[in-house]
Design a binder for this molecule. Sequence first.
Ligand code: NAG
Ligand code: NAG
Ligand code: NAG
Ligand code: NAG
Ligand code: NAG
Ligand code: NAG
Length: 283
Amino acid sequence: MKMLHLSVILLTLSGVFTQDSGWRVNYLEPICAVRGFSVSIPCRYAYQSLNPNIQVTQMLWCSMNSNTGGCHNPPYVYNSSSNIKSDFEYVGDNKSDCTLLIHNVQFSYSGEYKFRFITDQTGGKFTGDSGVILQVADLKVSLIRLSGNGTLKQGDSLNLTCDVNCTQSSSQFVWSKNNERLPESGPVLHFPAVTVRDSGNYTCTWRTNRASGSKTISLLVEGEESNPAHGSIWIIVVVTAGVVFIILVILGAVIYYRRFLRERRSVNTKQQKMDDSGIYANV
Ligand SMILES: *[C@@H]1O[C@H](CO)[C@@H](O)[C@H](O)[C@H]1NC(C)=O
Ligand SMILES: *[C@@H]1O[C@H](CO)[C@@H](O)[C@H](O)[C@H]1NC(C)=O
Ligand SMILES: *[C@@H]1O[C@H](CO)[C@@H](O)[C@H](O)[C@H]1NC(C)=O
Ligand SMILES: *[C@@H]1O[C@H](CO)[C@@H](O)[C@H](O)[C@H]1NC(C)=O
Ligand SMILES: *[C@@H]1O[C@H](CO)[C@@H](O)[C@H](O)[C@H]1NC(C)=O
Ligand SMILES: *[C@@H]1O[C@H](CO)[C@@H](O)[C@H](O)[C@H]1NC(C)=O
């Protein structure tokens, strides 16, 4: 499906450049972008088949939100002759590629855009009739409870859903938990029964060939082991009990050993007395 889509695009583009000898600008549309992220607007242009000596001297992009018709006059969102830095970055060249990269896309950027180029030939200026439409969407991640209410508890059932209000044919959703990629794909992450270990930050990433965006939601499941302070208190209790036990054992051993020594000493002194009284000699 994806391969078919790509080959259709390539056929369209090559068809344009081999069969038509006129001045042209071609875009692929529609283009969907997520607010706050970047989008690449693919664009190709042609002129050299008419005259191979033509040099392109200016590349311009205009927005129909601020300009009209063929964008013969300013304002432009991009003008190759001025070094103004903006969200609109030209990543094409002065031959055939007029791709525009828009950073930090805002809702106000949605609308129609046109590419215009000016050559060193008198009257050699061109803007395509129709431009390319940019749609700006919002990416939302929401938690849908399928059971339970209030704080999330173990065993509750829920869905994490990822929504993009834009219709782009070939887009995909990828999920990750605490920045580690999950095997699941698709707009819904289904949890039939959550456990404490499901707690974490879940990120949905939406991607097309030209744009992407992501959003993170935090999931906190309450349960016995969820409080790390509890765990450390138990460790302290166990360690203290262990230390006290070892001290008692050592103390007991010392007391026992002392008593043993004292008893031996008294036996020895008794023996000594017997020896002194001459009993030994009589044996
Ligand atoms: C076209 O681009 C090339 C490479 O970036 C540059 O060397 C050349 O001067 C450019 N031509 C014109 C007419 O600006
Ligand atoms: C592009 O910017 C340059 C420098 O500011 C300016 O001279 C030129 O007229 C602009 N191009 C158009 C078509 O307005
Ligand atoms: C998506 O929704 C936002 C409002 O949340 C709206 O401003 C925007 O135009 C919508 N985008 C599309 C492509 O429908
Ligand atoms: C929570 O769910 C229980 C049982 O399903 C129900 O009785 C209670 O009214 C609910 N509370 C809220 C705030 O929805
Ligand atoms: C929750 O996700 C499951 C599995 O993807 C789906 O079948 C179900 O319709 C979803 N429920 C809601 C309310 O979104
Ligand atoms: C989740 O994100 C919040 C901030 O958004 C951060 O404080 C927290 O440490 C993160 N949790 C994990 C498990 O990465």
